[in-house]
Design a binder for this molecule. Structure first.
Ligand SMILES: Nc1ncnc2c1ncn2[C@@H]1O[C@H](COP(=O)(O)OP(=O)(O)OP(=O)(O)O)[C@@H](O)[C@H]1O
Ligand SMILES: [Mg+2]
Length: 351
C-alpha cells in the first residue's frame, strides 16, 4: 500500500462512533506529531484475531487523507473508546502490554476507583449514586449544597446536565444549571417542587449526588483547576498542562465562558491573599501524581488523564472528576497532551 512503510512502527488508534469528537482529534494529533510512524484508526470490532489483521484507515501524510485498508496488528494501540476487558486481554496476548488508555470509565467508576485509596479520601467530595428521591433529600439537608451530575460522560460534558442545588436558610431551594453557555437560576419553595421539576427534565436516573465545594472566588466568580497529566516516552507521568480557571458565574464552570490563567498569573490576581501559590502549585502536582498512581496500582494502563480540581478557602484541594479522554486545550495555552500519547505509543513499540 502507498504511504505505508512496513519498516516503520504501526500505531493503532482505536476509535468509536459514540466518541466522535475523539475520532476527529486523531488527525490533529498525527499532523502535529513530527516523528516517523504509520498510523491507522480502526474500530475494535474490526480486529481479526484469526488472521491477526485489522481493517482500518491509514493516514497518508502526503495527501493528508485517510485510506481504507487491511493491516497487520498494530505494534501499540491508543484506546479512544470503551473497550471490553476480555477483548483487551485478547489483544494483549498478541501484542503484549502495549494497549493504553485501556480503561474508559464513567464519573461513578472514576470516583469509586479513587475512593479505594485512603490517601485520596480527604480530597474526594462525598459522592453517592442517586437511587431515590429520599437519597437526594437527605444529601441536600445534610450538606445544604450539592452537585447533581450525569454518570455517563457521553451524556454530560462541558457542564451539560449538571445542577448545583442549594438549600437556603428559609427552606427554599435554589438551582443553578447551564443553558446555551449561560448560567440559569431557578427557585423552588419546597423539595417536592424541585424534585418534580428535576425528574421532569432528567428522569432523575443515572445521576450522582456530590457534596459541593465552595472554591476560592474572584469577585463573585468561582474557580477551578485543570491539570492534564501524560506519560512521557520514558513512561513517567508528567504535567502537560496546568490551568486555573475563573468562571463567569458564581455556581460552576461552563468551559467555553471561563477565563483560563496560568498559576504564575494567579499570584498577580490574588496579590494580597494569604494563599501561597507556589506551595499550592506543588500540592496540585503531587495530587495529580497520586491520582495517576492509583490507576497504575489498580492495574490500568493509562497515559493521558485530565483532572478537574477545586481549591477551597482554606487552601485544601478537592477532586471534582478525572477524565479518561481529556480534550487537549487549544489556542493560547500550552498543552502538550495533543501529541504526548503518540510519543508514548512509539516508546512502547521499542520495549
Ligand atoms: N463537587 C463540586 N463542588 C463544586 N463545584 C464542582 C463540583 N464538581 C464539579 N464542580 C464544578 O462543575 C464543573 C463541571 O463538573 P465536572 O467536571 O464534574 O463535569 P463535566 O461536565 O464533565 O465538565 P467538563 O466536561 O468541563 O470537564 C467543574 O469544572 C467545577 O467547576
Ligand atoms: Mg470536568
Amino acid at each position: 500500500m502507498d504511504n505505508f512503510n512496513e519498516y516503520l512502527p504501526l500505531i493503532g488508534i482505536c476509535v468509536s462512533e459514540e466518541k466522535r469528537l475523539m475520532c476527529e482529534l486523531v488527525e490533529r494529533r498525527i499532523k502535529k506529531f513530527l516523528g516517523k510512524a504509520n498510523f491507522i484508526r480502526f474500530y475494535i470490532e474490526d480486529l481479526d484475531f484469526e488472521m491477526l489483521q485489522v481493517k482500518g484507515d491509514v493516514f497518508e501524510k502526503d495527501t493528508k487523507e485517510w485510506k481504507e485498508g487491511i493491516f497487520p496488528f498494530p505494534d501499540a494501540i491508543y484506546v479512544q473508546c470503551h473497550i471490553d476487558q476480555e477483548v483487551l486481554k485478547q489483544i494483549e496476548e498478541v501484542i503484549g502490554k502495549k494497549v493504553f488508555n485501556n480503561f474508559i470509565f464513567d464519573k461513578w467508576e472514576g470516583w469509586s476507583l479513587l475512593a479505594k485509596d485512603h490517601l485520596l479520601r480527604d480530597n474526594l467530595p462525598v459522592t453517592v449514586i442517586l437511587e431515590s428521591k429520599m437519597d437526594l433529600k437527605q444529601c441536600l439537608f445534610m450538606y445544604q449544597d450539592i452537585m447533581l451530575k450525569p454518570v455517563d460522560v457521553s451524556k454530560g460534558h462541558s457542564s451539560r446536565g449538571i445542577f448545583r442545588v442549594k438549600l437556603k436558610k428559609d427552606g427554599k431551594i435554589k438551582v443553578f444549571f447551564a443553558k446555551r453557555l449561560k448560567m440559569k437560576e431557578k427557585e423552588f419553595s419546597s423539595f417536592k417542587d424541585f424534585f418534580n421539576w428535576f425528574s421532569g427534565k432528567t428522569s432523575a436516573k443515572d445521576y450522582i449526588i456530590q457534596q459541593s465545594i465552595q472554591t476560592v472566588t474572584r469577585g463573585e466568580n468561582i474557580t477551578d483547576i485543570r491539570l492534564n497529566m501524560n506519560k512521557n516516552a520514558k513512561g513517567k507521568w508528567k504535567v502537560s498542562c496546568l490551568l486555573f480557571r475563573v468562571a463567569a458565574n458564581g455556581s460552576h464552570m461552563i468551559p467555553k465562558t471561563a477565563t483560563a490563567l496560568t498559576i504564575e498569573n494567579l499570584i498577580k490576581v490574588y496579590p494580597q491573599d494569604k494563599i501561597k501559590w507556589e506551595e499550592i502549585e506543588k500540592s496540585i502536582i503531587l495530587l495529580g501524581h497520586k491520582i495517576c498512581h492509583v490507576f497504575e496500582q489498580q492495574g490500568y494502563h493509562m497515559a493521558n488523564l485530565g483532572i478537574d480540581l477545586g481549591l477551597d478557602g482554606s487552601g485544601h484541594l478537592w477532586i471534582f472528576e478525572v477524565n479518561p479522554l481529556p480534550f487537549p486545550l487549544d489556542g493560547t495555552v500550552k498543552d502538550h497532551s495533543l501529541t504526548k500519547p503518540i510519543e508514548y505509543a512509539l516508546s512502547l513499540v521499542s520495549k
